[in-house]
Design a protein around this ligand. Structure first.
Ligand code: SF4
Length: 371
């Protein structure tokens, strides 16, 4: 398949790995963060993380939307979904994310009308078909899902729907990068930026970050060849003392991204502070509805009272999402916490680091060489 199989060519990957081995110096360490959970899964699934030289350390970033959705939003979603007048809609992977008391599946088992949709426009359609019910869509994700979620609000407005609303928890990559780089115990020296986010947003926002913090940022795709190209480009920049934004995913991404998608996002959403699960509030790292669209805000429409959220005392997902720890360092990993019985969102999501380590571990593997 064009643009897929050639990016999984083992010989080409091995050649670039040899280039990486030649490029890596013995007198320095290369700590780089792959921003997106999809990249984490590709690294672990393909085994590339274990083929990199010891001096190259991959830090798994916070770019899994399910994982970084604050517990308080999950609890608020559960409270709204329990209401008898509500049809609660969501992408499937949010249904198993544990809140303080249960998850959306358990709400459904108790009689709540919780439905999986594949697009927020499906949720708008449900709202049209059920004028006597309130339909809520759980609008989470990074900049990749923001255009469709914004479109659903515009579409509902066009249709004059008064029974559609969105519970918004959108995250933006640049704010998260800044928070990681200003953290006192930051060890990230380069970023592999998420290719799909950049397909929407371009990479013009990253230039000031690279310049201010002196970090190379390499826009990277998701196939094995993309990943090793991204790693090699980051290593070369570090060796040469450069801190530039480099596009290693040019077949998909351009500097400006999708201008129309950005226009739609900016029409409906504005930048604001956002809570990140396990990390806390990060200024200018999220999207919220503009005042002109506040009537579509499910958080305002439904008074669910004060939500008391309590994180699992065992789960160290917050430290994993900031690159301080690896999943196998969690005492609950593969024991109390498994995909069938997840204690934290990073074990639930298809993009979660804990799920990646669980899914792609070899039988009896110690995980020690996972960088
Ligand atoms: S293994 Fe489970 S409990 Fe441990 S950090 Fe991951 S999600 Fe949390």
């Amino acid at each position: 398949m064009k643009h897929l199989t050639e990016y999984r060519d083992a010989d080409l990957v091995q050649r670039l790995l040899a280039d990486i081995r030649r490029e890596v110096r013995d007198d320095r360490d290369y700590v780089m963060m792959e921003v997106c959970g999809g990249q984490t899964h590709s690294f672990v699934r393909s085994g590339i993380d274990r083929l990199l030289p010891e001096r190259v350390t991959l830090v798994h970033g916070p770019g899994c939307p399910v994982c970084v959705t604050p517990l308080e939003i999950v609890d608020r979603a559960l409270a709204i979904a329990r209401r008898p007048d509500v049809i609660f809609t969501s992408y499937g992977d949010m249904l198993r994310v544990p809140g303080t008391e249960g998850d959306l599946f358990s709400v459904r088992a108790q009689g709540g009308d919780v439905r999986v949709v594949y697009s927020p426009l499906d949720a708008v359609k449900i709202a049209r078909e059920n004028p006597d019910r309130q339909v809520v869509f759980l609008a989470i994700g990074f900049e990749t899902t923001a255009p469709a979620n914004a479109m659903s609000v515009l579409h509902a407005e066009q249709l004059g729907l008064t029974n559609y609303s969105v519970l918004v928890s959108h995250a933006c990559v640049p704010g998260a990068m800044r928070a990681i780089l200003t953290s006192p115990d930051n060890r990230v020296r380069a970023f592999l930026a998420a290719g799909h986010v950049c397909a929407v947003m371009g990479f013009w926002e990253y230039h000031p970050i690279a310049a201010e913090f002196g970090v190379p940022i390499v826009v990277t795709g998701f196939e094995p060849l993309d990943l090793v190209r991204g790693v090699l480009a980051a290593i070369r920049q570090l060796n040469e003392g450069r801190a530039e934004v480099e596009n290693a995913y040019a077949r998909v991404v351009g500097e400006r991204g999708s201008v129309e998608a950005q226009r739609i996002i900016a029409e409906v959403f504005e930048l604001g502070s956002r809570g990140w699960r396990g990390i806390g509030d990060i200024p200018s790292s999220g999207l919220r509805l503009r005042p002109a669209y506040a009537r579509f805000d499910a958080g305002r429409r439904f008074d669910v009272g004060r939500v008391r959220s309590a994180e699992s005392s065992i789960c160290i997902a917050g430290e994993i999402l900031q690159g301080r720890k690896k999943p196998h360092e969690c005492p609950a990993f593969c024991t109390e916490c498994t995909p069938d019985h997840p204690l934290g969102a990073t074990m639930v999501s298809n993009e979660g680091a804990c799920a990646a380590y669980y899914r792609y571990a070899q039988q009896g593997e110690t995980f020690e060489r996972r960088s």
